[in-house]
Design a protein around this ligand. Sequence first.
Ligand code: URA
Length: 229
Amino acid sequence: MRDRAAYLRALGIEDWRLRGGDAAVPAAEVEAPACAGPAATAGDSWEQVAAEVAGCVRCPLHQNRINTVFGVGNRQAHWLIVGEAPGVEEDKRGEPFVGRAGQLLNSMLRGIGLEREVVFIANVLKCRPPNNREPQPAEVAQCLPYLERQIALLRPRIMLAVGRIAAQNLLATDTPIGKLRGHVHAFGASRTPLVVTYHPAYLLRSPGEKRKAWEDLKFARRIYREHSA
Ligand code: URA
């Protein structure tokens, strides 16, 4: 077991933890989601989705990409982490969350005892938007079905949406992220538990919000444990 204090320091919450302990979790409005994930369409497979993503030309983002970014991790993972879209580093390497935000995401996950290798990480968009601008609705409309197929194949026990774009698109809502945090949402027909937290890139710009993200992660861990018992 690695030194958890180091991960908490990376989150910038060492002092808070020493003062406040590990107990405070935001009040939750649990919507009683079920644990079973959606059934994959008969005949679909990881290989099929990966091949389609690799050759995708559904939207203009394919024109400037170096790599598609399919997602990475354990295909038997209980946890699915969903971000927004690849950035410059991710486009170069073909892997999600490998830049600075990715380092922080890794620390956040380790803070609740999860190594990157045991979860699955994917994005709403599989290609990098120019200058890291926000995904456009037409791009999301073309790309989200890939993520939905990944979710159906993975059948995660819990989903963690990092950032407004992931949260709003997965939940088909325009509710602000501040209001989506602290609740258990139910994703799709399977009603897979979904918890929302801030995007690590936002946390790098606004380190004062890291404590809230830490609360969200502990909340997600609690929900996972409750629904896996
Ligand atoms: N930000 C995201 O949302 N996803 C990545 O893969 C990298 C940065």
